[in-house]
Design a protein around this ligand. Structure first.
Ligand code: HPA
Length: 254
């Protein structure tokens, strides 16, 4: 078993299959970790995986917690606190999102360059932990160096990528056309229901962050159609290999 990974990955939508590539793996079910939130949905209990991806020691989260499920922000971000305590220095995340940038199409991959917290709460509200200051600078929540590296990797591999700002809402509703339009006006390129809380806490802990969204539906005037969880999954599965390709190489070079 690897004991000291410095790289962690949250296997969100689009990266589920990467779990199968982890070798020399040790699995720790969330329910066996003291104070770890436990999913109430049967069959979605989740686990931490420690092992190797390529030559790299990694820690992976299979299953994440969303605010809409009823967890507190502290619960949603508890795994990040554990990552910090274990010495993680770089965090890779993925998610599914609705595109609100008119240049986007379903199936696009978007490198996250920045984020907007449209959740009703900030995960750092309350007692400040000495991992970072009370008032946190957020001018580079996503590492510019990692963004540049991802763009280079995508170019080398001939994978088309978009770049943009990810905005998180509390969900679980997808957006009304008026909401999509408002979020675009606010400066968002894609809208989802995760990632932002984890990145805020990771950033407070001095962990470098990198994220990719897969655009699974469009909140763009004239292109808005009914969206369902199944269609989101279907669109994400279709580009999963490309997302995994970029992430695998990012982790390799981390
Ligand atoms: N909105 C919010 N979350 C999402 C969407 C969306 O359109 N698509 C996938 N996750």
């Amino acid at each position: 078993m690897t004991t000291h990974p410095t790289t962690a990955i949250i296997l969100g939508t689009g990266l589920g299959n990467l779990a199968k590539e982890i070798t020399e793996a040790t699995f720790i079910p969330y329910k066996d970790i003291p104070n770890f939130p436990v999913s109430t949905v049967e069959g979605h209990s989740g686990q931490l995986i420690f092992g190797k991806l390529g030559n790299k020691d990694i820690m992976a989260m299979e299953g994440r917690f969303h605010y809409y499920e009823g967890y507190t922000m502290q619960e949603v971000t508890f795994p990040i606190r554990i990552m910090y305590e274990l010495g993680i220095k770089t965090l890779f995340v993925s998610n599914a999102a609705g595109g609100v940038n008119p240049a986007f199409n379903i199936g696009d991959l978007m490198i996250i360059t920045d984020q907007i917290n449209a959740l009703p709460e900030n995960p750092l509200r309350g007692k400040n932990y000495p991992t970072g200051p009370r008032f946190v600078d957020m001018h580079e929540a996503y590492s510019r160096a990692l963004i540049e590296q991802a763009k280079n990797i995508a170019k080398e591999k001939g994978i088309k990528v978009q770049e943009g700002v990810y905005l998180a809402t509390q969900g679980p509703t997808y957006e009304t056309p008026a909401e999509y339009s408002m979020y675009h006006t606010w400066g968002a390129d894609a809208v989802g229901m995760s990632t932002v809380p984890e990145v805020i806490v990771a950033h407070h802990c001095g962990i470098k962050c990198f994220g990719i969204s897969v655009i699974t539906d469009l909140g763009i005037k004239g292109k808005i159609v009914e969206v369902s969880h199944e269609e989101v999954q279907k669109a994400a599965n279709a580009v999963q290999p490309l997302m995994a390709d970029i992430m695998r190489e990012m982790i390799n070079r981390a």
